[in-house]
Write a protein that binds this ligand. Structure first.
Ligand SMILES: NC(=O)c1ccc[n+]([C@@H]2O[C@H](COP(=O)([O-])OP(=O)(O)OC[C@H]3O[C@@H](n4cnc5c(N)ncnc54)[C@H](OP(=O)(O)O)[C@@H]3O)[C@@H](O)[C@H]2O)c1
Length: 378
């Protein structure tokens, strides 16, 4: 190793109500017995990274940038109403980046055979040039897989697989998915096709309908279409869907979750001749797993009493599935990272580019086909 230092992205809330993003130079931690040192070559900027990187209270019309190269410092004003909720972060310089991939360049004595392997990593602080981690936590990729291909091998692939495990665990037979033109949504389309699981995709533009149809999706509906509810009810009837995963956090001004439950209920009652005072006995479940829309969730109960809404978070769910299922999931992701679990990126950027106001505004939109990939070695 020629260098003893590693650069990494830091995010700090300042006393004067700003988010300061900078590039820190820190000593490299060299691997002990069961550890490896990974030179990180690719790390995605996912929606789940934004809370730590820029917080949910950043005023993106109020960004200032100073310096250049490794001395670049970007400050974003916080909306004052969010400042109180961030007071425990004031003055703390946090590393960022949930997942990434790179090449093992050094190891402790247990894992010398891994030197030169491309691996996927998760666990935080991935917007970093070098990362020292337990060898066991690395997802070893097959020869011929690049770091760019392996960069998103945890968060979205395991979540897509986790939806299917949840469906099996809770005895449902089909899935409804919102914000379905996301990277995760596309993985789910490919996965459900492979597994012959009926999947109803909900998107918000006609372009997104076309994107998913081209991928082979059978059921794709635009929530802004006037026929949306009729189409959704009919698709639920055909597939028997009683389980949905919602990334919008309500979506559609907070009304999407309620609409899906209503469509499930109407579909369950479609052939009933009885008056059901308390609604159908079919259990309907929606998991909210993202907050793309921060509107309050509005539920106008037209779906009886046999339903549930819960949150869905990857790591607690993995614990629930158990280590054997988790290991199988990891192995499948490594095997199919170029096909089922491939991700798409708008652009590969450097640390300095990541701090540019226009790029920050761009990745914060979380829009279709707009994901950036950081290459810390650039
Ligand atoms: N809970 C968990 O454990 C977990 C794990 C993994 C991922 N996630 C969540 O999964 C979601 C997808 O992640 P990703 O990396 O696949 O995203 P991505 O590729 O960046 O795509 C984001 C998608 O969301 C859509 N979108 C954004 N705002 C929306 C809104 N208000 N209403 C409806 N659609 C909206 C975008 O469509 P437009 O172009 O129309 O904006 C785009 O298709 C994120 O919310 C992420 O936080 C959660």
């Amino acid at each position: 190793m020629s260098s003893e230092f590693s650069r990494e992205i830091r995010s700090e809330v300042t006393k004067d109500g700003k988010i300061k993003i900078s590039i820190a130079k820190v000593p490299i931690i060299f691997p002990k017995q069961d550890e490896v040192l990974v030179k990180v070559e690719a790390s995605p900027i996912n929606p789940s990274d934004l809370g730590r990187l820029i917080t949910f209270g950043a005023d993106l019309n109020n960004i200032n940038i100073l310096g250049s190269g490794n001395e670049t410092v970007t400050k974003i004003k916080l909306f004052s109403k969010f400042f109180n909720s961030l007071k425990n972060r004031v003055g703390k310089s946090l590393n960022v980046g949930n997942e990434g991939a790179g090449i093992i360049v050094e190891s402790g004595k247990d894992s010398r055979h891994l030197i030169g392997k491309i691996v996927g990593l998760a666990g935080g602080g991935m917007y970093s040039e070098y990362k020292c981690v337990k060898a066991q936590s690395c997802l070893i990729m097959n020869d011929g897989t690049s770091s760019i291909e392996a960069a998103s091998s945890f968060v979205n692939p395991l979540t897509a697989l986790g939806f299917i495990e949840t469906m099996k665990l809770e005895n449902h037979k089909a899935i409804i998915h919102t914000a379905a033109a996301s990277n995760l949504g596309k993985m789910l389309v490919r996965l459900c096709k492979e597994e012959s699981i009926p999947l109803i995709n909900i998107v918000r533009t006609f372009e997104q309908v076309e994107i998913l149809k081209k991928l082979g999706a059978d059921f794709v509906y635009n929530m802004n279409d006037s026929l949306f509810m009729d189409d959704l009810i009919s698709a639920i009837k055909q597939t028997g869907s009683t389980l949905a995963f919602d990334a919008t956090g309500g979506g559609n001004e907070g009304k999407l979750v309620g609409k899906i439950l209503t469509a499930m209920e109407i579909s369950a009652n479609i052939n009933s001749k009885e008056y059901l005072m308390y609604g159908s006995e079919v259990f309907k479940k929606i998991y909210i797993y993202g907050v793309l829309d921060r509107s309050p969730i509005i539920l106008k109960n037209s779906f009886g009493f046999n339903w549930g809404i819960g949150g869905w978070l990857l790591m607690p769910m993995i614990k629930k599935f158990g280590s054997e299922i988790f290991e199988n999931m990891r192995e499948r992701v490594a095997r199919e990272i170029k096909t089922t679990f491939r991700s798409e990126y708008k652009k590969v950027i450097s640390f300095e580019e990541m701090l540019q106001p226009e790029i920050i505004r761009n990745f914060s939109r979380q829009s279709t086909g707009n994901k950036y990939l950081l290459d810390p070695s650039m």
